[in-house]
Design a protein around this ligand. Sequence first.
Ligand code: PLP
Length: 415
Amino acid sequence: MSTSHSISPSASAPIYMDYQATTPVDPRVLNEMLPYFGQSFGNAASRNHAFGWNAEAAVENAREEVAKILGASSKEIVFTSGSTEAINLAMKGIVEMYGEKGRHIITCEAEHKAVLDTAKHLEKHGCEVTYLKPGRDGRTTAADVAAAMRPDTVLVAIMWANNEVGTVNDIRGIGALCKEKGAFFFTDATQAVGKIPVDVEADHVDLLCLSAHKVYGPKGVGALYVRRRNPRVRLVAQMDGGGHERGMRSGTLNVPGIVGLGAACRIAREELASETERAIALRDRLEANITSRLDHVHFNGSREHRLPGCLNLSFSYVEGESLLMGINDIAVSSGSACTSASLEPSHVLRAMDVGDELAHSSIRFGIGRFTTEAEVDYAADRLVDVVKRLRAMSPLYEMVQEGIDLSTVNWQGGH
Ligand code: PLP
């Protein structure tokens, strides 16, 4: 196998610290995918020749791997083009199948836009949606969901882990509650799978989505877990066609992508413990490097319930855009990658009641498989320099340094 395609993680700038937005394909994953672009190009649905059988075997092997990382059975895995499609299939598919039982949905304001926009779509089609407000730490608990639960609640859609602040929700508690009340529980586990243990049985999950490009697999492929037993969950397909994926998602399978997803899940499962330890050490080193040298740094998220490789900090008395420009050799995100094109403060930080000023100056650092200590130290040095430089030009920061309480200042008065 040629290794000329392998990506060698570089220690020099620009430094990638945006692992929640996407991850590079692991060279081991890429190597497993390559044959399926070449001699093993068959259509997995071709049942009458070796090219098809070969592709089908590879797909089924990947299906086993995806199932294994979730504690599921392979028959419960439906391949999709990613989490966005899986979210649409889960939410719309449930409402269309079970809508006569009830049309109330519970979700959370801190969900990804793919969930929020699908919920909005369903509202236009006769559903009533309760948008829970997360705690100040970004967390949604079983008690929050219980308070909103109604006899006609058909679906609860609460993400496993948040993509902006890394807060991990009370999935086990919410799963048990949904089971008791007879509502279907869908969780967007895009940021959780491969980062923290996920077990659909222990956590009573009915539907779950994941995406290869967040776990060192390729973009454009993901999966939806659909429970088959206790209870058996049925969905109305959103894509009509040849009846692939047991009728739930028609369309010729993306064999190389699926092989990549399977390999990515296997590696993530095998290396979960060591990778977690490494990510936590680097994340904490980064935070300590920053907070030991800067004051007025705010932590966004939950210290107790959090992803290993995510650190979200806000810096008072600096302007967000200037801060990002100042550290433009470090790839980080201010809010979700999917919404950073707009200048609105992050809807997640808003939901958590982080003020607009602090939301605008928030930075999400994503630490991942290829992050090094040297990169973390470089990023911290650059950030500390830039924040100090910006604060040196800030009249507000100067006033605070002089001991003036800004909340007592009459900004209208004076000259
Ligand atoms: N859900 C979460 C929590 C995400 O972080 C993302 C990616 O940004 C998505 C859904 C969308 O995933 P995909 O890119 O596979 O459509």
